[in-house]
Design a protein. Structure first.
Length: 394
């Protein structure tokens, strides 16, 4: 039975975040990263640089936030639902169609009521006037139910349904505001719009997950997409691939059985060098919280939606990766106009063999992270747990 560090190393190596370059630079590197990982989750919170930029910046040399808009304009990637709203490779478009069909057929608890009249008027508006943003629609009033509960604005909801069911696509963003256009105007003609068969879809999930992670449990392959029928289909294909000698099933003492390529051990030739990364809460390495806790022995929950009095680590704490381990977390706030990255909380939770080496590398990465957030200076507030130790190295 291979020890946990072996699996940590594989996961980080496949994710392109183990200190060894995996992707190329700039826009090309961002495209390669999205193709390799299968998706990059989008998030709108901007207390620091947004999560999708943060995730790519940690993997792609000379990454710039505008690279995503360039790739959108080049029709190399598209926005849609993965387990959450994400950037996806345009070549994978057909595998988003089953979700689109669920929205259109109202086979979801969140989008059962469609304002068809409003949706038709939006489509006609785009046909006559071209791409639009939410602010371009006059019908933008808040709807209150009889019980007084707030609902999404009808225009926003109509746009969202048209987008999710595939009638509209996002052609780009102005800051974080989406620009919508007809799918027929955006989707390249060579991209297949044939819905995948159940076997094709299950195979896509398996191959994408193993490519991005090196190994996976059955539940991780199904992350955010599990139904009884799909689960059985995935298991059947895994069994077939094992019988054909394409993959193997490994037992571990820290997580359920994992499936991996038969050549897995050959992929583990390079171990992570001493390096530090400050990760986004939505980084692909730890977006599945259960897997992150099993693989890295690091329980993690995002606390921005937790009442202040109940927060343990801070509003938007970022996990700290050191070598193959998640060793702590840091809560930051970027004051971009003042050029200051404020350290609100800082916690080291694992034993460090050489604290001096860690802190030297961490501060180097912290300044790099500050520059990424358009900040030149770093300030530590009094509430930071290890503020004195960190301050000695700044």
């Amino acid at each position: 039975m291979m020890e946990i560090k072996f699996w940590q190393n594989i996961a980080l190596q496949k994710q392109g975040i183990n200190g060894s370059p995996l992707f190329r630079e700039g826009t090309v590197g961002a495209e390669t990263a999205i193709k390799t990982l299968g998706y990059i989750q989008i998030d709108t919170l901007n207390i620091i640089e947004r999560a999708h930029h943060h995730t790519l910046w940690n993997r792609v040399t000379n990454y710039r936030p505008d690279d995503l808009n360039i790739l959108m304009a080049q029709r190399k990637i598209f926005e849609h639902w993965h387990h959450a709203l994400s950037y996806l490779p345009i070549d994978d478009y057909r595998f988003a169609i089953p979700f689109m069909q669920r929205i259109k057929s109202r086979d979801t608890p969140y989008y059962k009521k469609h304002d068809l009249t409003l949706m038709r008027s939006i489509i006609e508006r785009i046909k006559s006037d071209g791409p639009l943003k939410l602010r371009d629609l006059k019908e933008n009033k808040v709807h209150i139910t009889k019980k007084g509960a707030w609902n999404s604005r009808p225009a926003k909801r109509a746009l969202q349904v048209l987008f999710l069911q595939g009638d509209l696509m996002v052609s780009g963003r102005e800051k974080m505001e989406r620009v919508y256009d007809l799918t027929e105007n955006i989707l390249p003609s060579h991209i297949s719009t044939t819905p995948p068969t159940p076997i094709e879809y299950a195979t896509y999930l398996i191959e994408t997950t193993l490519r991005a992670n090196g190994f996976a449990t059955l539940n991780y392959i199904l992350h955010g997409k599990s139904t009884a029928a799909l689960k059985q289909q995935v298991q059947d294909i895994l069994d077939q691939k094992m019988k054909a000698g394409e993959i193997a099933c490994h037992k571990t003492d820290f997580m359920p059985p994992v499936y991996a390529s038969k050549n897995l051990t050959k992929d583990n030739s390079s171990s992570p060098q001493g390096h530090v990364k400050i990760l986004s809460p939505f980084d692909n390495v730890l977006i599945n919280r259960e897997r992150a806790e099993q693989l890295f022995e690091f329980p993690y929950r995002l606390e921005c939606y937790t009442p202040v009095a109940k927060r343990q680590y801070g509003y938007f704490c970022l996990p700290i990766l050191y070598g193959t381990e998640l060793v702590g977390r840091i809560d930051c706030k970027a004051h971009r106009k003042e050029g200051i990255l404020e350290i609100l909380h800082f916690h080291i939770e694992k034993h460090l063999e050489n604290r001096d080496t860690f802190f030297t590398l961490f501060v180097e990465e912290l300044y790099r992270f500050a520059h990424f957030n358009q900040c030149e200076n770093i300030e530590i507030v009094k509430s930071s747990t290890h503020k004195a130790e960190l301050a000695d190295y700044l």
